[in-house]
Design a protein around this ligand. Structure first.
Ligand code: SAM
Length: 275
């Protein structure tokens, strides 16, 4: 019988945030696959757990997944852990889960700390709906494109950022998204835990020489992409508006219905115009 694959969340700072279940799983599995074995060894030593470790990080994810699947098929139980927080969230994990599903291996999540969720719940921004985009690309063009893509996102946007890029990312947010309300969740669960809330322009003045780990949360846009599109449509003449829908293969009845809806007028009014 195949073994089980556990994705175990570990603390993001404060070691007391590890769960009893996570400790039990780490004690009971045959092998722990860790993003950085030295880092995980520190955690295991703290909790007096002695277990074989194998490294499993981004660059080796594919090859190592094959090795781990082989061991799972031999009946070994394996735990995946990352350096901090929940595996698979801006951390290795996704690949092994995909291959484990293909191989009909049972996968069990062991919940625990996750920086984005804890930053969100105390941010003061809407928690009803949110978009998590992880780390922005290091490639300038791709980073700009991603920020442009979220410009009209109405949900709270959450991103991770490396400390040395924090300032330049906030400057780009200001440039592309405008002077939005932003929250920086700094050093979550650690001694210097801090939440910095305000307009981007204001925050930029307050973060000279700031250090630590950060989650950036951005208040959703008050204007949606749909509002912009609608505004663009309403700037068209009725003929242009008609031809736009015609080019999408719609029939006359449907075109009139849509124009009336876009312009918030009665279908009859549009119908009369085209008579
Ligand atoms: N898997 C982790 C999780 O569940 O949150 C995320 C790992 S990702 C490689 C590291 C990034 O998460 C950091 O650059 C930072 O943006 C965020 N992060 C992790 N720990 C944090 C903490 N204690 N306080 C603030 N942000 C943190």
């Amino acid at each position: 019988m195949s073994g089980k694959l556990y994705l175990v969340a570990t603390p993001i700072g404060n070691l007391e945030d590890i769960t009893i279940r996570a400790l039990n799983v780490l004690r009971e599995v045959d092998l722990i696959a860790a993003e950085d074995t030295r880092h995980t060894l520190g955690l295991l030593n703290h909790f007096e757990i002695s277990k074989p470790l194998i490294s499993y990080y981004k660059q080796t994810e594919k090859a190592r997944s094959e090795v781990l699947i082989e061991k799972l098929r031999e009946g070994k139980n394996i735990a995946i852990v990352s350096d901090a927080g929940t595996p698979g969230i801006s951390d290795p994990g996704e690949e092994i889960v995909r291959v484990a599903i293909e191989n009909n291996i049972e996968i069990i999540p062991i919940p625990g700390a996750c920086a984005l969720i804890n930053a969100l719940i105390v941010s003061g921004l809407s928690t009803k709906e949110f978009t998590f985009i992880g780390f922005l690309s290091a490639v300038k063009k791709e980073k700009k494109e991603k920020l442009e893509e979220i410009k009209y996102e109405t949900k709270t946007v959450i991103l991770y950022e490396a400390p040395h890029k924090l300032k330049s990312t906030l400057e780009q947010i200001f440039e592309i998204l405008g002077d939005r309300n932003v929250v920086l969740a700094r050093e979550l669960t650690k001694i210097h835990e801090e939440f910095i809330r305000g307009k981007v322009s204001d925050i930029l003045k307050r973060i000279e020489d700031i250090k630590g780990e950060f989650v950036i949360l951005i208040e959703g846009s008050s204007v949606s992409k749909k509002d912009i599109e609608l505004d663009n449509l309403n700037n068209l003449s009725l003929e242009e508006h008609y031809n736009l829908y015609k080019s999408q293969g719609l029939d006359k009845k449907e075109i009139i219905k849509r124009i009336a809806k876009d312009r918030k007028v009665s279908k009859n009014e549009i119908y009369q115009y085209f008579l």
